[in-house]
Write a protein that binds this ligand. Structure first.
Ligand SMILES: Nc1nc2c(ncn2[C@@H]2O[C@H](COP(=O)(O)OP(=O)(O)O[C@H]3O[C@H](CO)[C@@H](O)[C@H](O)[C@@H]3O)[C@@H](O)[C@H]2O)c(=O)[nH]1
Ligand SMILES: [Mg+2]
Length: 192
């Protein structure tokens, strides 16, 4: 018998995204088998990016309201984040170019793919693909701000890299994908 066998998939909720309950048999290392149930939230995969300018030592981040944080201790519910979006059928590269233009107004051509990661492996199927890309003022072709029709109201923020990095430790940047990208840029000396 295989280590894992999916026995049942029950849709608990299918609205904007899908919450499924999986029942599966799990063969333990001692040879015994257990039946387990787990709720799994499927909202698709996404891409995230930080734009950087080595000359000015600045990076582009966004700020927007996030209800899950508001209901779990993040005072006004606003989050400073790397620009990001759901793939919606695009490749990670296509998605990140489109989201960057929609949210920040910058038209990037050469996003560099770095790594990918499950973000909440115990409950959410989502993989995020991580990117960085250089930017300068000549690439600003639109206002950005996101899609009003979809309820988005996204502020575009330009930070000195070192200031943004410090904000991880003051609790002003508390978004995992953003922290991961800032730490990557620090470790790999991207701004030096
Ligand atoms: N109606 C409705 N709309 C929703 C719902 N959930 C999200 N949306 C809308 O769907 C759009 C998603 O925007 P994107 O820019 O594509 O994604 P994102 O929310 O920025 O997600 C990014 O960050 C997330 C948090 O770190 C990531 O989970 C995600 O992969 C991606 O990287 C937004 O307009 C948002 O309001 C919902 O339950 N109902
Ligand atoms: Mg977004």
């Amino acid at each position: 018998m295989k280590k894992i066998e999916i026995l049942k998939k029950k849709v608990l909720s299918k609205e904007w995204a899908t919450l499924n309950e999986y029942t599966y048999s799990f063969k333990r290392n001692d040879g015994t088998t257990q039946i387990q149930n787990r709720e799994v939230y499927d909202k698709g995969d996404g891409s995230a990016i930080i734009l950087y300018n080595k000359e000015t030592h600045k990076i582009i981040l966004t700020r927007q309201f996030r209800i899950p944080t508001y209901v779990n201790g993040n005072n006004d519910g606003y989050m400073i984040e790397a620009c990001a979006g759901l793939l919606d059928g695009l490749t990670p590269e296509e998605c990140v170019v489109k989201e960057t233009e929609e949210e920040t107004g910058y038209k990037i051509e050469t996003p560099k793919r770095l790594f990918h990661s499950y973000m909440v492996a115990g409950a959410v199927t989502e993989i995020i693909y991580f990117f960085i890309a250089p930017y300068n003022e000549s690439m600003k072709i639109a206002k950005g701000g996101g899609l009003k029709d979809e309820g988005e109201e996204i502020e575009i923020l330009e930070f000195d890299f070192d200031e943004a990095y410090k904000m991880i430790f003051t609790g002003q940047i508390i978004d995992a994908k953003t922290i991961m990208l800032l730490q990557h840029m620090k470790i790999e000396k991207i701004m030096e």
